[in-house]
Design a protein around this ligand. Structure first.
Ligand code: ADP
Ligand code: MG
Ligand code: MG
Length: 869
């Protein structure tokens, strides 16, 4: 087996062997771009290292030595030489990009002797000692795990003593002093000294990168992003180029398009006379890339040309890292750039228009969940108007978030996990150690750093709101508070963060609904054309339905009529209905409810403007409608003209031990047919009224909780009799359907029989999951989190369909239902109807449409297209 590959041997398809960084360094090399030479130690070597309990094999060491010799030859320098030293970067890179998670060491090869040689060769002593002190800090941190702060403190002290504002003011003497102090740190904090032998340095660095695959923050990142533990990382060993030689040198990062908005223009930041992580760490505030066009126009033009070339080649927005050494540009990294959901959509749509990618590729490029976050609310414009802006930072990741502030990742996580708070993480800056706190935060705010700082990149990646570089903010970790000018923020205070403008506001701000922009509209139009499943909405009110229609829902897949009864006047009639002991007692409330319901249905049908509307007849768990405590009983008794004692008796007699398995759904129709008759009459009154107005509606009526074919047939008869009755004096033919809500396991396994009496099925996955697992929907909170934490369940089955169990029942129901009726339309209207992973499964088993809450409609639309592509 071969363990090392020179950059010219690899290409972008070799990610699994070379890691993402190595594969792209190879690809760029072969494209003829200016990439410093180097080679990649493969992920196979990482696997071997793990199996070898952390030892580099002899074969690997030999291969590395041979590659180093080759590299020395290419560079016309010599690795290990103290007169003409070749310096290297040792850079980790897994197959899937893990920003900031793994470690990089620069300037490997320097020691007490070669630093002097470098100074002489370059005639730049300051540069040589600046490089050496960086090596000492990075090596100490990565290899010996000496906290970064230990080195930073030395630097800060000296700057403080000398009254320097910036690292740039450090003199040669200062840097020499720093180098001496850094070497002392090694001696005092660890048994080992800094290895003077470059060969030892490089091997220790490779070893540290391989070991870092298993460090805590890398593990958390992989867990959060579902990256398999088994991938392993590669290591890239590359000739150094120097951005810290002087003002004609520098280092930077750039995106080929704006990662926040998606606009097509080079976007990024750079620092002159700087190296490596200086740009992203927020030590100095970087310059926007546009100013490079003035300071080094030919470098800017070359960079812009490379950006264009890379986009044409990769057919996607790229995130590149570059260094300028004495006016000469070098490319150090390229990868698909992380972007906000809005940018993802805009870039995908624009690239189709630029003929760079196909519609299908564009659809596959945007995550359905990203569309979901784009529909999140914005701050209410009127609220913004009379709310003073506390301070403004850089708008790193758009969105509007309110929450309670915490100043450490640990406290933020605790407040979120234990007190279920909405939290906002406020920090001077963030580092990969903070990841656990960042993932639970609604927004991330930092005092330092630019648009490509760690905080900004992570916030955009997670779709969290982010504001960075808010200079007026100062976080005092010791006092556990922050100040913004003369305002003090304490832990737990409410803060509102606008990631689109960069504004911060004190307190909780009202939000208003977002709308679909033109790019998203375009993407969703393509999605509709490329999907086979329809996407309907669950809507109980005209307002819900209107919102869903604005998201281009195909119609209503589920109207839960009992939800229409939760208004005070209706609740009263509903209670009278339930409490009545006989048909006579039910007559008056039924008449009142009839009048209200027919208006509801009329409005929904009218809004539908020809789109299909499926109304489910009443499925009330009775206990939800009844008064419970004595006060409520007394109040309701007065409203309905009875005594509290009489009402209490009736309430007691209606109490069920297992209401969810009790007298609900069509069981209610079997015992009290007049309730369903009333509802069908209400539907028909609405249909007839609309018919008189020239609008023809085909009602779709759904029966909940059906177990058996006989039961379905009986209820169906009740419904059709009522329809016939309404139609007796009509001289036209009504199209209508009566279908079964598939939510009882028995109905699923006897679907061939049930289909005889059904015009359609629609899976009610909430009840079906409840009954398949035997998990009470209302009580799962007590144990489900433990099941998830212990890995006993892959996901909450109420949010993502359980393919093996519930999914198998669905498959049976689809197959058997279509044995009886090959064309049977089959929908899904439970919670999972809006879940992308579930939608993918539904496509496979032949589901006709899904129905979900209005905000999920665009998400489901894209997921349906992706499932079909
Ligand atoms: P990360 O994965 O954290 O981005 P990298 O391996 O890309 O880590 O290294 C971080 C930074 O170090 C780069 O952006 C670049 O500025 C600097 N760097 C890496 N290799 C070299 C090199 N060969 N010459 C100069 N700078 C380098
Ligand atoms: Mg990098
Ligand atoms: Mg149900």
């Amino acid at each position: 087996m071969k363990y090392t590959y020179t950059f010219s041997e690899g290409n972008k398809s070799m990610r699994n062997i070379l890691g993402g960084k190595g594969a792209n360094l190879a690809e760029m090399t072969n494209l003829g771009l200016p990439v410093p030479s180097g080679f990649t130690v493969s992920t196979a070597a990482c696997h071997e290292f793990q199996e070898n309990h952390g030892i580099l094999s002899d074969q690997l060491v030999q291969e590395i030595d041979a590659s180093l010799a080759h590299l020395s030859h290419l560079a016309a320098k010599e690795f290990g030489s103290v007169t003409n030293p070749l310096l290297l970067s040792v850079r980790s890179g897994a197959a899937i990009s893990m920003p900031g998670m793994m470690d990089t060491i620069l300037n490997i090869g320097l020691n007490d002797q070669s630093v002097a040689a470098l100074a002489q060769l370059t005639k730049n002593e300051r540069f040589a000692y600046d490089s050496y002190r960086r090596l000492l800090a990075m090596f100490g941190n990565v290899v010996y795990e000496i906290p970064e702060a230990t080195f930073d403190d030395v630097l800060t002290d000296i700057k403080h003593q000398r009254n320097y504002q910036s690292d740039l003011e450090l003199t040669v003497a200062d840097l020499k002093e720093i180098v001496a102090k850094f070497k002392k740190i090694y001696e005092t904090t660890d048994v080992k000294a800094f290895p003077q032998d470059p060969h030892d340095q490089v091997l220790a660095a490779v070893q540290a990168v391989f070991s870092s695959w298993n460090n805590h923050r890398a593990k958390i990142y992989r867990r959060e992003n579902n990256i398999p533990e088994s991938l392993g990382t590669a290591v890239n060993i590359q000739e150094m180029v120097f951005g810290n030689i002087g003002e004609n040198s520098g280092t930077g990062v750039a995106f080929t398009r704006n990662p926040a908005s998606g606009t097509k223009a080079l976007f990024g930041e750079y620092l002159l006379n700087a190296q490596g992580e200086d740009v992203v760490s927020g030590i100095r505030t970087p310059q926007p890339i546009s100013t490079l066009a003035d300071s080094m126009p030919h470098v800017y033009d070359q960079l812009a040309g490379i950006a264009e070339k890379l986009e044409q080649h990769y057919r996607d927005m790229q995130d590149v890292e570059f260094t300028i050494e004495n006016g000469q540009l070098f490319m150090l990294q390229a990868r698909d750039g992380k972007r906000t959901p809005a940018a993802a959509v805009k870039i995908a749509v624009d690239q189709v228009k630029e003929h760079l990618i196909t519609e299908e590729a564009a659809l596959l490029r945007v995550k359905p969940e990203a569309v979901g976050t784009m529909l999140h609310p914005e701050f209410d414009h009127t609220a913004l108007f009379d709310h003073p802006v506390l301070t403004t930072g850089l708008p790193a990741s758009p969105g509007a978030a309110t929450g309670q502030v915490y100043f450490t990742a640990e406290t933020a996580k605790a407040a979120h996990d234990e007190q279920h708070q909405q939290v906002i993480l406020v920090r001077q800056d963030t580092s990969p150690e903070d990841i656990e706190g960042m993932v639970v935060s609604e927004a991330i705010v930092t005092a330092r750093g630019g648009m490509t700082s760690h905080a900004a990149v992570v916030a955009r990646g997670m779709g969290a709101t982010g504001v960075v570089g808010a200079h007026e903010l100062h976080v005092d970790y010791a006092k556990n508070q922050a100040t913004i000018n003369d305002q003090t923020l304490h832990e737990g205070d409410w803060l509102s963060v606008d990631g689109t403008t960069g504004h911060l506001y004190l307190g909780q701000m009202a939000t208003s609904d977002a709308t679909i922009n033109d790019d998203l509209q375009q993407l969703l139009t393509w999605a509709k054309a490329h999907a086979s499943m329809g996407v309907y909405t669950n809507a109980d009110t005209p307002a819900d339905f209107e919102r869903a229609l604005s998201f281009d829902a195909d119609g209503i897949g589920l109207t839960r009529t009992e939800h229409m009864f939760f208004k005070p006047e209706r609740l009263l009639q509903m209670r009278r209905l339930i409490i009545a002991t006989d048909a006579t007692g039910r007559k008056d409330p039924l008449e009142k409810l009839l009048a209200m319901q027919q208006t509801d249905f009329y409005e929904l049908y009218k809004l539908a403007a020809g789109k299909s509307v499926t109304i489910r007849l009443l499925d009330p768990p009775l206990h939800e409608f009844l008064p419970h405590d004595p006060e409520e009983i007394a109040e309701v008794a007065e409203q309905i003209n009875t005594t509290p004692a009489a009402l209490q008796t009736r309430v007691d007699s209606l109490k069920e031990l297992n209401p969810m398995l009790g007298h609900r759904g069509d069981r209610l129709a079997v015992t009290y047919p007049d309730i369903y008759q009333m509802q069908v009459q209400a539907i028909m009154n609405a249909v007839l009224k609309l018919h008189n107005e020239g609008i023809t509606v085909a009602p779709h009526i759904m029966i909940p909780l059906t177990d058996t074919q006989k039961e379905m047939a009986w209820v169906r008869q009740l419904v059709t009799d009522q329809i016939d009755k309404s139609m007796t004096n009509q001289s036209w033919n009504l199209d209508y359907t009566v279908g079964t809500m598939m939510e009882m396991p028995r109905a699923c396994v006897t679907a061939d029989q049930v289909a005889e009496s059904s015009d359609f099925f629609s899976f009610g996955t909430n009840d079906l999951t409840q009954l398949t697992f035997g998990y009470s929907r209302d009580d799962v909170g007590a144990f489900l989190p433990e099941y998830l934490a212990k890995g006993l369940l892959p996901a909450d089955p109420f949010q993502t369909v359980d393919i093996d169990g519930v999914g198998a029942l669905m498959q049976i129901a689809v197959d058997r239902g279509r044995q009886t009726k090959p064309q049977l339309p089959i929908g899904v209207c439970g919670e999972v109807g809006g879940d992308p992973a579930s939608i993918n499964f539904f496509e496979k088993i032949g589901v006709t449409y899904v129905s979900c809450s209005p905000f999920r409609v665009p998400v489901a639309r894209l997921a349906a297209a992706q499932a079909h592509l």
